[in-house]
Design a protein around this ligand. Sequence first.
Ligand SMILES: Cc1cc2nc3c(=O)[nH]c(=O)nc-3n(C[C@H](O)[C@H](O)[C@H](O)COP(=O)(O)OP(=O)(O)OC[C@H]3O[C@@H](n4cnc5c(N)ncnc54)[C@H](O)[C@@H]3O)c2cc1C
Length: 463
Amino acid sequence: MNVIKPDEGISQEYRRYGARPWPSARPRVVIIGAGFGGLSSVRALGDKDVDVLVIDRNNYHGFWPLLYQVATAGLEPESVAYPVRAIIRRYSNVSFMMAEVVRIDPVAKLVYTSTTALPYDYLIIAAGSANNYFGNDTLSEHTFGLKDVEDAELLRNTVLANFEYAVSEADPAIRQRLMTLIVVGGGPTGVELAGAFVELVNHVLVHDYPMLDIREARVVLVEAGATLLSSFSPDLQANALARLRKMGVEVRLHTAVAGVEQDRVSFADGSSLDAAVVVWAAGVKGAPLAETLGIQLARGGRISVRSTLNLVDYPEIFAVGDIAYLEDPRVRRQGRGPTPFAMVAPVAVQMGALAARNILAYRYRRELRSFSYFDKGNMATIGRRSAVLEAFGIRLVGYLAWVGWLVVHLMFLVGFRNRVVVFLNWAYSYITYDRGLRLITGYKPEELKPPTPKRVHLHSVKK
Ligand SMILES: Cc1cc2nc3c(=O)[nH]c(=O)nc-3n(C[C@H](O)[C@H](O)[C@H](O)COP(=O)(O)OP(=O)(O)OC[C@H]3O[C@@H](n4cnc5c(N)ncnc54)[C@H](O)[C@@H]3O)c2cc1C
């Protein structure tokens, strides 16, 4: 590894990525992650008296709340992602490096990528989250995740290709397995995904595959707890459950997954279900980068932060968004046990902005501010034309909530082009019931072989 010591080669490294000559008298702020938290920090530090370097393994910002629509052929991947450089170019003091950060050395104040080491005066860790399989390797091996654009494309490709295989499959048991999809986890992602998949099958694939008996297709949503959408109020939970069932999703509550083998899910009660595609939406933890800090991590592999969002032992390091663990005082006031702020976009955005402001406060010797969350509410879609929404004491279900969901997501999507493309796609799907993006990409035709009971996913190598 090409390690650069704190005072050697700095000018060279930063000149390569930086917008202005180096060394500079100004503090160097490195931001790891150009997601919701990282970009919010960029906006607050843009054109301020600091030099900012944003590092992300991808050259785009991903708008994950719409990822399930990529997986279900509703949107193209490009419309839920936006190039980071196009966002930061308006700020003269912000630079970008596309690289995987592999380690943070908080003592030497260095961030290591796979090729170099970069010094910082202040660090904002906004690296997000990863799937949590709770130590069960079979889950990571045999399930699909939905955490980035590649995951969504792989899922879409595999579901569509399985229907192609089903056409030439004579064995009814294998055919049914190919047309069965299980989503594990009844949170907003699981609910949205299951709803969108059942609509894809019932409104689109039914016409694409007249040679298949679509009644053999199954979309199953499995939840270990007693309700779906546990963060919503009971009447909205009940509404979501009823609506999903009406749409044709088989919802199984009180059903814990014990393990997943190739094409089969076994449950804690001893039963099992065959399915060619199993999606894991039942747990997230802090991004693995947190483990490299060499500090004791909080529950869920997240970085424990003070109320001012910096670390107790390293006050120049801030953690924001999904990777940060900060207890939510509102929950405590309600008499419930210690619960961290939820892993949702508004928390990441507000934390990112505060971390940036607190870095500027350090710079100008002002007092740091504590995080106080402005809760704008919760929402989730349940298929076409329906959603649940609670905000500012208002609870909505059905069409109005769905319109609210559309407006909010269009507003927060980054990039004018993306907003237009997404709006047109939604309008097209709404009017026609069709989804125009049913491409199976990235496969060679010879991979479309008749299925055998042993075959797993089309892509043998999964991340
Ligand atoms: C499918 C899905 C649906 C969701 N739906 C909603 C919703 O409807 N509403 C809502 O509020 N929230 C939703 N969320 C959660 C929301 O997206 C997250 O809470 C939010 O993205 C957290 O922001 P963040 O900045 O912490 O992380 P992210 O936005 O995930 O950004 C992390 C960034 O860090 C980069 N990164 C990670 N590790 C490294 C590394 N080692 N080196 C370099 N770069 C790295 C990643 O590439 C990424 O760009 C959803 C999440 C998913 C996955």
